[in-house]
Structures are given as structure tokens and as C-alpha cells.
Design a protein around this ligand. Structure first.
Ligand SMILES: Cc1cc2nc3c(=O)[nH]c(=O)nc-3n(C[C@H](O)[C@H](O)[C@H](O)COP(=O)(O)O)c2cc1C
Length: 357
């Protein structure tokens, strides 16, 4: 018997293509809801450093990377995925970004598929790669099978994604989260790499963060409300006048905004005597300045999904230019707050404020 519910491969491939198309459609972006527009950084007119002193270098999962950025996991296991991931991994390795792959669910089912992961790793031996699986699959699957996803990619960590809104609204979804926290505890105990627990665009509340930290997870990726919204995407895929289509409108603003999640994480995970978890932030991050704001509140690493996909689909030069833009804008923000590197910005007292101006 199959360990995970056997999926319809044709339906899977169509769904993955539709997800990419729908993620690029602006109506499925929860624009303006991240809270990032309401965060201000204090300008330092006397920075006492040269612009050339600004250094984005940051440690990541035991390695040193040239930037504090990551591409959040998006795609894997279907015909268009290999080319997109190849481009992303090449430039992530070149520029020192970490990179997550999309859900490796299909690799759990089909014996030939680890080749896709192995090929990606062979082409980018120095890249920091993050494997990916949904919690609903992990619940139904032994730890050895999950470890095999890490092994085929030689990944430095695995992201376990939480997506209850998507699973509830998706017609063919698997909204089966019973046993989730026990599963996370099991994976922390059994896997040979760190686990990153991530949302997928609806954020993590203070209570959820507390529960995740209580089982020893070492990193969370908040992936808050404000960018790609999976309730909207699944609604757009659902038949007209279906329950799902209408519910997607009702839940179009559902989720913990990225900034609210980040402030919760600061209180729950970072302000205690010893830091309980490393906090990565994503969800509606759309500029290097957005990234700087999240770093100032406490994020160790900041991630982008949809904008990276859009740039990658426009080709290598476009992706490189987009990455360079994020790096440049973060440098400007560091310089204009008098911070020589991300760690200095994170440590600055009173450098950020939040609230409508
Ligand atoms: C096309 C697409 C596919 C995605 N697939 C996955 C996935 O397989 N696993 C996962 O953990 N997150 C997935 N995500 C969610 C992203 O990792 C990220 O959490 C979310 O899109 C919010 O970031 P953004 O606002 O920058 O897009 C996907 C996002 C996009 C745009």
C-alpha cells in the first residue's frame, strides 16, 4: 500500500501549472496586507561608514552566504519545474542566496523522480538547498522516507510547509492535520538535518510559534499574509459558483500579516534570554527595503517567492537584475541606518517603528 495517498499524476501536473499561472495573476496577491508599508526605519544622516563598508554576508545553516536572502520553495516534480529551478539555483549559488525547492511530494511516490533532485544538486554543489514537504504528507509518512527527500537533494535543511487554508479550499486538497505537532517532534528527533517549519502565505501566530518552538524546531519561516494567497489561488481554480469559489472571496484577507507574525516571533522566540528559534521571514516581501524592515525587527533571513518566479520566467538576465536590485536596496537601507551589516541593523535599538503614520 502506498504510504501517501496515491495521486493522479495528470491532475497533479495540471494543478502545478495552474498554480504558477494563478500566482502570477495580481488578483491572487494579498497586496497591501503585509503591514510592511506601516513599518518605518529611522534615517541616520551621520552613518559614520562608507557605502563600500556595507557587507551583506550572513551565516546560513552552518555556512556563510554573501546575502541574508532566500528564494522560498515553489516548484518541483513536473515538466516546467526543472528549468525554473535550474535557473534559480544557478543564480542563488552565484550570488549567495539560499534556495528552497517546491514540494517533493511526487518524489515520495515515484522511484524515478529523485533524479530531478540529484541533478539540481550536481549542477550547484555549493548552493544552500532546502528540501520541502507538506505537513499532511509528513504525517502519513515514515521519517526514513522524509530523510530520503533530503538525501536526494543533499539538502542542508528541510522545510515542512503548513497550508491549512489552501488544503481546505482546494477541491482535491488533503486537509488532514491531525497529529501535526507530534509529527514535527518526530521529525526533529529522527532527521539528520534541521527542520524549518514554514507557512505558505497565511503567517504564524504567537500561539502557533509557541507550539512549534516547544517541540525543538530550530527555524521558522513565517510566510505571512501580504503576498501570494493560496485561498485566492484555489478559489480561482474552483468551478464558478462553487462553494470554494465563494469561500475564497470570504477568506481573501485571511491570515497573519507578515509584520504581525514577525513582531509575534520577536516576542515569543527572540526576546527570551536564549534565542529559541531562528526566524526567517517571507510573504509579500517586494523590495530590499521590505527586507531591511524585517531584519530590523529580528529576521535572520528574508525570502521571496512570487517575484523571483516572475523574474525567472522572464529569463536569466531578468532574474539576475532583480536579485541585484534587492541586494542594492538592502545595502542602501543598511547604509542609511548606519549599519555595516544585517547583524548591526538587527541590534539597533529604536531603529524601527510600526503603525499608521
Ligand atoms: C507558484 C508557487 C508555488 C509554491 N509552492 C510551494 C511549495 O510547494 N511548498 C512550499 O512550502 N511553499 C510553496 N509556495 C509558497 C512560497 O514558498 C511562499 O511561502 C509564499 O508564496 C509567500 O511568498 P511570496 O508572497 O513572496 O510569494 C509556493 C509559492 C508559489 C508562488
Amino acid at each position: 500500500m502506498s504510504i501517501v495517498r496515491r495521486m493522479d499524476v495528470a491532475q497533479f501536473e495540471v494543478r502545478k501549472r495552474e498554480h504558477i499561472d494563478q500566482a502570477l495573476d495580481l488578483k491572487n496577491q494579498a497586496d497591501g496586507l503585509s503591514g510592511l508599508d506601516q513599518v518605518r526605519l529611522v534615517h541616520e544622516a551621520l552613518p559614520e561608514i562608507d557605502f563600500s563598508d556595507v557587507d551583506l554576508t550572513e551565516s546560513c545553516l552552518g555556512q556563510t552566504l554573501a546575502t541574508p536572502f532566500f528564494i522560498a520553495g515553489m516548484t518541483m516534480g513536473h515538466p516546467d519545474a526543472a528549468a525554473i529551478n535550474q535557473l534559480l539555483v544557478d543564480l542563488c549559488q552565484e550570488r549567495g542566496w539560499a534556495m528552497g525547492v517546491g514540494s517533493q511530494r511526487r518524489e515520495l511516490e515515484e522511484k524515478s523522480l529523485p533524479e530531478e533532485s540529484k541533478k539540481l544538486r550536481r549542477s550547484a554543489p555549493r548552493a544552500v538547498l532546502i528540501a520541502n514537504i507538506g505537513l499532511t504528507q509528513a504525517i502519513a509518512c515514515g521519517s526514513d522516507r522524509i530523510q530520503s527527500l533530503v538525501d536526494s537533494l543533499e539538502a542542508q535543511a528541510i522545510a515542512v510547509h503548513l497550508n491549512p487554508l489552501q488544503e481546505a479550499i482546494q477541491g482535491e486538497g488533503t486537509p488532514e492535520f491531525r497529529g501535526g505537532i507530534k509529527t514535527l517532534a518526530r521529525l526533529v528527533r529522527d532527521l539528520r538535518v534541521p527542520i524549518i517549519v514554514k507557512e505558505t502565505g497565511c503567517g504564524l501566530s504567537a500561539q502557533t510559534l509557541e507550539r512549534i518552538a516547544s517541540v525543538g524546531v530550530s527555524t521558522v519561516d513565517l510566510s505571512g499574509l501580504g503576498g501570494t494567497h493560496w485561498g485566492r489561488i484555489e478559489g480561482a481554480r474552483a468551478p464558478a459558483s462553487s462553494l470554494q469559489r465563494t469561500a475564497a472571496q470570504t477568506f481573501a484577507r485571511w491570515g497573519e500579516p507578515t509584520v504581525t507574525s514577525m513582531i509575534s516571533a520577536r516576542h515569543v522566540l527572540l526576546n527570551s534570554e536564549s534565542q529559541r528559534c531562528s526566524v526567517w521571514a517571507s510573504g509579500g516581501v517586494r523590495s530590499g527595503l521590505d527586507s531591511a524592515k524585517l531584519i530590523a525587527i529580528g529576521a535572520q533571513r528574508v525570502g521571496y517567492a512570487q517575484p523571483a518566479l516572475q523574474a525567472a520566467l522572464a529569463g536569466e538576465e531578468s532574474l539576475r537584475a532583480w536579485m541585484e536590485q534587492q541586494e542594492f536596496e538592502l545595502r542602501v537601507a543598511l547604509f542609511c541606518t548606519g549599519s555595516a551589516n544585517p547583524a548591526e541593523l538587527r541590534k539597533k535599538e529604536g531603529v524601527w517603528s510600526y503603525g499608521r503614520s
